[in-house]
Design a protein around this ligand. Structure first.
Ligand code: FAD
Length: 510
């Protein structure tokens, strides 16, 4: 049965990788394919534990509001399961958020839980394992693609077991989905088929993470506040997060963008840096925690958005999604949510294909996924391109970056003042929902809000925004915004807007 309650049978699908993208994809495909097999190079865990194929799982992973909506749709009650397994409920929990205009205490209204990535993946894995037509083939590396003689259709994969026998084998399928993450070999495989892979879009973002975990004694637990130091806050260090995961454990992460500074993994240096960056009450709480694990680092050089849809002739029977299609700067917490959006997009395309079969199904899916991931790519680029050392490398420049940066600056200043002076968080909520990939950017960048922003008594931020505008006639603001900011229309169709608005109003009312 698919999510619409219909029984559909499309044959056999193979998914490469049992990360978040692979699990989401298998969940979606299980509604349409008689058999779904996930081939994973790691041994699969027998309890929530990290594995070598997902080294990033040591570091904090949060799900954005849009991701939560999708995960709840496909894995109903997953937040409750996380909480049952020891994750921390976050509804109403105080979080200190610091940006360059001030420091606010927020209490999330939505039901959610903070956990490690390991526990989240475990919960989704357990759910997928229960689906009768999904099987796993662990400890097996995918080595290449099998195609028809004309190389136009992918019909399966070559595999090699990772045990001492190193058995080489092949598996056939009607659809192969590569969800192998940043280490995907799909480009090499496509090139082996004689394909010329189009240039990817690259955001050169030298990035360093350092994370340390602590046990929280119960007297600190009762008065716990999480802490988020915003990416606009300073030079050198771009974000600091102090948050809870499951089992009364807290994580502290320092992240730096631009490559001029990397946070230390030396215990003393890490603690020194952390103390200087967090609010005094958080520093005091940190002193009472018991060191548990780390600090451990993680470095990345770039975010990469592949443009497979531009390949001269994309082979049928093959799709790519998750980090293998587009990876993001992890600071904005977008990767798992975008992987979920892509899997949901695949479901929508399968529905359409079944009711109205068309040629080039896979190419259409790739095009739709590009449209769906575009707001996330643009929003993280807007933020990252503030930093020295960050560069966008592609034949087509990104639209509206400088204008958006100045607009967001002035907006954040207004939103912070309104929250601090009047306790009104409505403006913040709008920004949060756009960054959470729920609110279409056009509902944030519009003439109505721009008019409100250009009334800041000639502040430096207002002058900068006016300078970007060139056109000062308020009657022409909307036309100017339409010219500057991408519409992202294809990323939010009417059905989606309606569904997201329902969730959005529900969240706003809570
Ligand atoms: C430091 C850091 C922090 C992050 N924080 C966040 C966050 O807060 N929120 C968020 O949403 N995202 C975050 N991300 C991004 C997030 O980890 C990914 O976007 C997300 O996991 C989706 O990835 P994926 O499933 O495509 O790939 P992965 O999660 O990397 O999974 C790929 C899987 O494929 C398997 N595999 C690879 N090659 C083969 C092969 N040849 N054969 C068989 N199996 C194979 C691997 O073993 C692995 O299991 C962060 C990333 C980093 C680096």
């Amino acid at each position: 049965m698919n999510i619409m309650g219909q029984k559909l049978e499309c044959g056999k699908a193979l998914v490469i990788g049992a990360g978040i993208a692979g699990l989401m994809t298998a969940r979606v495909l299980s509604d349409y394919y008689e058999e779904v097999l996930i081939v994973e190079r790691d041994l699969l865990p027998t309890e929530p534990e990290s594995r070598s194929g997902v080294p990033q799982s040591f570091h904090p992973h949060r799900v954005l509001p849009r991701g939560r909506i999708i995960l709840e749709r496909y894995f109903p009650g997953y937040v409750d399961t996380l909480i049952e397994l020891g994750a921390q409920p976050t509804q109403g929990e105080s979080t200190i958020t610091v940006n360059k205009y001030g420091s606010l205490v927020n209490q999330p209204a939505d039901k959610d839980a903070s956990s490690s990535r390991v526990l989240l993946e475990w919960v989704l894995y357990q759910r997928v394992k229960q689906i009768s037509n999904v099987q796993f083939l662990p400890n097996t590396e995918v080595k290449g693609l099998i195609t028809t003689d004309d190389q136009q259709t992918v019909t399966g994969i070559y595999t090699k077991s990772r045990d001492e026998l190193k058995t080489e084998s092949s598996l056939t399928a009607d659809l192969v989905v590569d969800a192998a993450g940043r280490s995907s070999k799909v480009i090499k495989w496509l090139e082996a088929l004689g394909q010329q892979v189009p240039e990817p879009e690259i955001l050169k973002v030298p990035l360093g993470y350092s994370t340390r975990y602590y046990k929280i004694p119960s007297h600190v637990d009762q008065n716990w506040k999480s802490f988020f130091y915003d990416t606009q806050a300073g030079e050198g260090v771009s974000a600091v997060m102090v948050h809870r995961i499951e089992d009364h454990i807290a994580g502290a992460t320092i992240a730096s963008t631009g490559g001029e500074h990397y946070p230390s993994t030396d215990i003393t240096e890490f603690e020194e840096e952390l103390k200087q960056l967090v609010a005094p009450e958080i520093a005091e709480a940190l002193e009472q925690l018991e060191p548990y694990q780390g600090p451990r680092g993680y470095r990345l050089a770039e975010s990469v958005r592949q443009h497979f849809e531009k390949l001269e002739s994309w082979p049928s029977g093959l799709l790519v999604l998750g980090d293998a299609l587009c990876s993001f700067d992890p600071i904005y917490g977008q990767g798992m949510t975008v992987a979920s959006i892509e899997a949901e997009t695949l479901a929508a395309c399968l529905e359409e294909q079944i009711s109205n079969p068309q040629p080039d199904f896979e190419l259409r899916v790739l095009n739709r996924m590009q449209q769906a991931l575009e707001p996330a790519w643009w929003l993280s680029s807007v933020s990252d391109l503030r930093w020295r050392g960050v560069e966008h490398v592609y034949s087509e420049p990104l639209k509206g970056i400088a204008f958006a940066q100045k607009y967001i600056d002035l907006y954040t200043k207004k939103a912070t003042a309104l929250a601090l002076e009047e306790g009104n968080r409505a403006l913040f909520f709008t920004l949060f929902m756009m960054n959470g990939l729920v609110l279409p950017p056009r509902e944030f960048f519009n003439a109505h809000l721009l008019t409100m922003l250009l009334n800041d008594n000639g502040s430096v931020e207002e002058q900068r925004l006016r300078a970007e505008l060139a056109e000062e006639d308020p009657q022409k603001f909307q036309a100017r915004i339409d010219e500057l900011i991408p519409s992202f229309e294809a990323a939010y169709d009417d059905r989606l807007k309606e569904m997201l608005a329902a969730n959005y109003q529900h969240a706003a009312a809570e």
